[in-house]
Design a protein around this ligand. Structure first.
Ligand code: 26V
Length: 837
């Protein structure tokens, strides 16, 4: 610790606000307590105070929110619509206090009232309306669009149940539903007056208007109503407030009458709640497209309601559709909203009687599509039969889009190659016929983007190679980013304060300013302060873990962190192999002077993902054995933190020394946790995958720990038929011992075969994600990490350089690039002297 004054400064960096401001906030809190919540100060709980504070903060946002809407209307500004099945917002109190400039005032006021700010903050329910990376990216991009003063709307689903809560029982994951709306939602305005009818099933009929024009019309079937709920999103310093409009399902009146008139009241109510169940729950699996009808229904439900809303807003100030693509940009977050393409065609052609070609040009000019995964099992395809039944008109439109597209291909080609046509088609004809949603989204969009440079290259060369040949300018890269407001300024107040003390606070909106820290990387005092900050964060995490798990950890040890969804491709198992390797070395006195480590893992497994759940169980069994071993437990600990979510991430990330980004090269599209950890001063151990490659380019090869097979070699190994994992098993005594210990019940004495499936998947079933091929290099790289950590000054220097060079990964930069290259909208909040995207 540099000195006590630093410690004091870091805990509470702000001078007390004027007495009058404190008194004013107190008055507003009491006001809300009484008039909004119907409570008096006596007997009010932390939850009541949270609600009062949130309401008072919301009051400060409403004016800007309305101003922002008015401004967009009066300027006839082009609006950006971000369509996403998921928005992983997390908590909003801190972000909104920060945006409205009232964070310090709130802290001082609550302290003045003898209230516990930290405890009050923790009362906010988590808005976990997403699975992981894709949903969190949507939240970061919305925040940055707002900060850049882009008139933007998110559109999605108001799930009653977001991501499940993860409990651990007997070392195993148990899922519990989380009713996050049980105390209402301060940050959303319900709009029972904004309702959009959405049709399912029914039939298609021919029509003829009074001019004799023939057309098609979708009729009959059932109708569900979509009701709007508007979530406010504040930008930095609250110049602009945008909204995320989320839809919940309501039974339609027509439905009510029809059923209730039949006199079967009880069954009618039951059926009513059946149609409302559409928006009940988020699908918690982000790794396999299971082809469930309810999921398709959810997709169409929110797409239909959103497009109706978008078209209504456009027509309120325009007479026809000619300028539509100049006024409306719609970004499709993966293929989940890809039905927007045929839906907009249906609206234009069937409802507004535009010609097909004109409508198609409008669609293509409006849509852009972001791809987030190359894993074949996660690519969405829907059985033609399912779509025909649920969305008969859309299937017709998709057939026609496909027909015209393939005609074009044939016309452009010198000779017709049927095989090529088959590969390009929107319909997969091998086996049960299915609609390829990625082809629909690709052809319907003017831009298609990957989320990191490597991923975009792999899209061009791999899954979209044929489409790329047809449209060579369509695929572009937009490397992901993270918002520095949440992921540094708010989650890591000690580091923020230290940075601001040296370079001012402009970095919060211009992250590239962190380069101002470069000269300080060599500065002994700054290094010492930087270490003190990390130490403070590690102590805080230790308290958090002790409070939640009753486990005491040593903040002096190297905090080695892997936090993300549990998936075989992310290779948490490889991390466990390293832990066991270290354990055996320690037991056998072969660990040398390796520094003491605390390995921290957190993440959820999809409820139906057997292997992922077994890996969680293994982590717990390994942790139980090694943490209880007095021969080693002062040098090695393994901790699994349950129920990983945005708020838990905010606790863990600032305390990390080492960031594990160890996916098989070519599998992780980008990663964003990698950026969050590096921005908070963790060094990365990683493969050359996703955005790790670009992080390496920015921070310098000497400040990151790369290991493992690069994409080409990994692919070659997998594809040339010679991959023989058994060889690694028999050829490496250390690996052999580790796998035997797992496979023979060394961590599961009561059930020695418990982990056979894991060991067999590696040694006998092809080791699809190449853990054994990368094992030796990973261990060697971890040894280098251990040695580097022992040189405290050099390590600190590297960590500072990481922080200083992360400017590229601000989601402001990402958004500015989308705005210029895809949406064609100005970014008034992005000043000219900021880093150019
Ligand atoms: C896929 C599926 C498959 C169908 C069933 C439901 C469902 C729900 C979500 C997903 C999305 C998986 C894709 C995803 O989250 N990709 C992650 O996107 C991040 C943001 O671009 C990126 O950083 C991660 O590398 C990538 O895995």
């Amino acid at each position: 610790m540099a000195d006590d004054s630093l410690r004091t400064a870091l805990h509470d960096e702000s001078p007390a606000p004027p007495r009058a401001d404190i008194d004013d906030l107190k008055r507003r809190l009491h006001d809300h307590l009484r008039h909004s919540l119907g409570k008096g100060p006596v007997g009010s709980t932390n939850l009541d105070w949270y609600l009062a504070l949130a309401l008072a903060t919301r009051d400060l946002m409403v004016e800007t929110w309305m101003d922002s809407t008015r401004r967009a209307y009066s300027n006839d500004a082009k609006r950006v619509y971000y369509l996403s099945m998921e928005f992983l917002v997390g908590r909003s109190l801190d972000a909104n206090l920060l945006a409205t400039g009232s964070l310090d005032l709130a802290r001082h006021t609550l302290a003045d009232m003898d209230l516990d700010f930290e405890a009050i903050r923790e009362c906010e329910p988590e808005a976990a309306l997403g699975n992981g990376g894709l949903g969190r990216l949507a939240a970061c991009l919305m925040e940055s669009m707002t900060t850049l003063s882009i008139p933007a709307f998110g559109y999605g689903i108001y799930y009653d149940y977001g991501m499940f809560s993860q409990y651990i029982e007997d070392g195993q994951q148990v899922e519990m539903p989380e009713r996050w709306l049980r105390y209402g939602n301060v940050w959303a305005f319900d709009r029972p007056d904004v309702i959009m009818p959405v049709r399912f099933h029914g039939h298609v009929e021919d029509t003829r208007d009074q001019h004799g024009h023939v057309g098609r019309r979708w009729a009959g079937g059932e109708e569900v109503l979509a009701e709007a709920h508007d979530l406010m999103v504040a930008g930095h310093e609250c110049w602009t407030v945008n909204s995320i409009r989320l839809w919940s399902a309501q039974a339609s009146r027509e439905f009510d009458l029809r059923h209730f008139n039949q006199g079967d009241y009880i069954n009618a109510v039951a059926e009513q709640s059946f149609s409302e169940s559409l928006s009940h729950v988020l699908y918690p699996d982000d790794s396999t497209s299971m082809g469930k009808a309810l999921r398709l229904k959810q997709e169409y439900f929110f797409v239909a309601a959103s497009l109706r809303d978008i078209v209504r807003r456009f027509l309120s100030t325009h007479d026809d559709f000619t300028t539509f693509p100049r006024k409306v940009a719609i970004q499709l977050n993966d293929t989940h909203p890809a039905l927007a393409v045929p839906e907009l065609m249906r609206i234009l052609v069937d409802e507004h009687r535009l010609g097909w070609d004109e409508a198609w040009a409008i669609c293509n000019g409006t849509f852009a599509y972001t791809n987030h995964t190359l894993l074949p099992e996660a690519l969405e395809t829907w059985p033609v039969g399912l779509m025909e039944n649920m969305l008969p008109r859309h299937l017709e439109i998709i057939y026609r889009i496909n027909h015209q597209f393939l005609e074009g291909v044939r016309a452009r080609a010198k000779e017709v190659d049927d095989d090529r046509v088959r590969r390009l088609s929107m319909i997969d004809e091998g086996g049960e016929r299915r609609v390829r949603m990625s082809h629909l989204a690709f052809v319907g969009s003017h831009r298609v983007n990957g989320v990191a440079a490597l991923h975009t290259d792999l899209m061009r060369a791999g899954i979209f190679a044929e489409l790329h040949r047809e449209f060579p300018d369509r695929i572009v890269n937009k490397t992901n980013g993270i918002t520095p407001r949440r992921w540094l300024r708010s989650a890591n107040r000690p580091l923020s304060a230290l940075i601001t003390r040296h370079i001012g606070d402009r970095w919060v909106a211009h992250l590239d300013d962190l380069r101002g820290l470069l000269p300080l990387a060599e500065d002994a005092t700054f290094q010492e302060d930087f270490r003190a900050v990390k130490r403070l964060n590690k102590e805080a995490l230790c308290r958090y873990i002790d409070a939640r798990l009753g486990m005491e950890l040593d903040p002096e040890t190297l905090f080695d962190v892997q936090v993300k969804r549990i998936h075989e491709y992310k290779r948490q198992l490889l991390n466990v192999l390293h832990v066991i390797t270290l354990y055996l070395r320690l037991k056998e006195g072969r660990a040398g002077d390796a520094p003491p480590r605390t390995v921290i893992i957190a993440g959820k497994a999809a409820p139906a993902y057997y292997m992922a759940k077994l890996i969680i169980r293994l982590i717990h069994d390994v942790a139980r054995v090694i943490n209880a071993d007095p021969a080693t437990n002062d040098r090695l600990r393994l901790v699994f933190i349950p129920d990983y979510n945005v708020s838990v991430a905010e606790h863990i990330i600032p305390a990390a020394d080492l960031s594990e980004q160890i996916s098989t090269a070519g599998t992780e599209a980008s990663g964003t946790g990698n950026m969050k950890l590096a921005l908070n001063g963790a060094l990365t151990i990683g493969t050359r995958d996703g955005a790790n490659v670009e992080i390496g380019e920015e921070v310098g090869e000497e400040n990151i720990f790369f290991f493992g097979l690069p994409v080409e070699k990994a692919e070659h190994l997998r594809n040339n038929g010679s991959h023989d994992p058994w060889q690694y098993y028999t050829g490496d005594p250390e690996l052999h011992a580790v796998l035997d210990m797992i496979g023979q019940g060394g961590f599961s004495h009561a059930e020695p075969d418990r982990y056979r499936p894991i060991v067999d998947s590696l040694t006998r079933h092809g080791d699809h994600y190449l853990l054994l091929a990368d094992y030796a290099d990973y261990i060697a790289c971890q040894d280098r990490v251990g040695r580097a950590y022992l040189d405290t000054d050099a390590w600190t220097r590297m960590a500072i350089l990481n922080v200083a060079r992360m400017g590229k990964f601000s989601s402001d930069v990402t958004v500015a690039d989308y705005a210029a290259d895809i949406w064609g909208v100005p970014t008034p909040g992005w000043t000219a002297d900021a880093a150019s995207p």
